[in-house]
Design a protein around this ligand. Structure first.
Ligand code: SF4
Ligand code: SF4
Length: 356
């Protein structure tokens, strides 16, 4: 029997108090698991206990009524226990195989697709966006919704060569993380400074320290303390905007979207990999971002067609090589793509020290 962790004043609460009783009883004692169908995991313990987990996609940022609906489904059709995955899927656990089909029916009839397991396109890991963060250059949730509407069929089936993880990041700081295919905002012009507001709103040393390439200097402008940017150094990352909103970098025309591919967070079957930029300058075009969706689908379906079984996107590219990747996906290649240019070592900070 697993014991509860001693309470501490920081960090997340011990999750064992929320586990399904069968999961708590068999914690660390599972014999094997399989997937009877897409969206359903079946775990068998050394004690002979069995548990079925049904995974459904959610919209992640949910209103109260949706949360209540999901909880009602858990109380009526499952054993009253749920958990969320890091990709915003919700999982219901049941201890009886006969309850799986009615649970799936209840979820799908309420608009929650069941899938996201195995070699599917799982829900997109998306960043906080406008709801929680102060610097987004696009609506991460909107781009995710538009794309997942198009990829619904790939969520409920397991027909990809391997699992496919997508992510969106609504600024270049990229808290969406590494993904097989990622959508990342791309500012293309340095921030415009409103010198009248800097002295009142910004702590200048904080802003100067924030720039990863030391492009910001204190300056007197029109007799007032302000800041200036060395535009030849600025890489348009947007990091100075949060501590100093008068350094506005978001721009309806010049803030674009880029597509990166080949990232992987886990150590499963191969080392983690960093993703690389393969398309840039796509318009930030709400409410459906059609150009972004078309580009992601072009890469995704070329991968589906061309990759061997169990190759992740990064494995596929490594096997065929970058020239073949651009050719097969019908993407133009420019010197700004992939991030292997020789000057990157001197322009990116390789230590925690600020350099001027
Ligand atoms: S990607 Fe950037 S803007 Fe979006 S939530 Fe993360 S830090 Fe904020
Ligand atoms: S956008 Fe980034 S690189 Fe440019 S000045 Fe601001 S912090 Fe520095």
């Amino acid at each position: 029997m697993a014991t509860m962790r001693t309470p501490i004043e920081s960090g997340v609460p011990d999750n064992k108090q929320y586990l399904h009783p069968l999961m708590l009883k068999n914690y660390g004692n599972w014999k094997y698991h399989d997937r009877p169908r897409p969206g359903v995991l079946h775990h068998v313990s050394h004690t002979g206990d069995e548990i079925w987990t049904v995974r459904a996609g959610t919209q992640r940022q949910m209103d109260l009524y949706t949360i209540r609906k999901l909880c009602d489904i858990a109380d009526t059709y499952a054993d009253g226990h749920v958990r969320f995955t890091i990709r915003s899927n919700i999982e219901y656990m049941v201890s009886d195989a006969g309850r799986v089909a009615p649970l799936i029916e209840a979820l799908t009839s309420n608009g929650f697709p069941v899938g996201g397991t195995g070699n599917s396109v799982s829900s997109i890991a998306h960043t906080q966006g406008w709801l929680h963060c102060d610097i987004p250059g696009t609506d991460a949730s909107g781009a995710v919704k538009a794309l997942m509407d198009d990829l619904h069929a790939e969520f409920i089936k397991e027909e990809m060569p391997n699992r496919v993880h997508l992510s969106t990041s609504c600024c270049e700081i990229n808290c969406g993380g590494q993904a097989d295919i990622a959508i990342v905002i791309q500012h293309t012009k340095p921030p415009k400074i409103n010198h009248d507001l800097v002295a009142n709103m910004c702590e200048r040393p904080t802003v100067v320290a924030r720039c990863p390439v030391a492009a910001i200097r204190p300056a007197m402008v029109n007799g007032k303390p302000s800041l200036e940017i060395d535009e030849s150094k600025c890489m348009c990352c947007g990091a100075c905007y949060p501590p100093c909103p008068p350094m506005q970098i978001n721009d309806p025309e010049h803030s674009k979207l880029a597509i990166w591919v080949g990232g992987k967070n886990s150590n499963a079957r191969g080392k983690p990999t960093f993703m690389k930029m393969v398309a840039s300058g796509l318009p930030n075009n709400p409410p459906r971002w059609p150009e972004v969706s078309a580009m992601v689908k072009k890469i995704l379906y070329t991968y589906k067609e061309d990759a061997r079984s169990w190759e992740r996107v990064s494995d596929w590219i490594e096997r065929i090589g970058w020239p073949q990747f651009f050719e097969k996906c019908d993407l133009p290649f420019t010197k700004y793509l992939i991030d292997d240019w020789r000057g990157s070592r001197s322009s990116l900070n390789a230590s925690t020290h600020i350099r001027f």
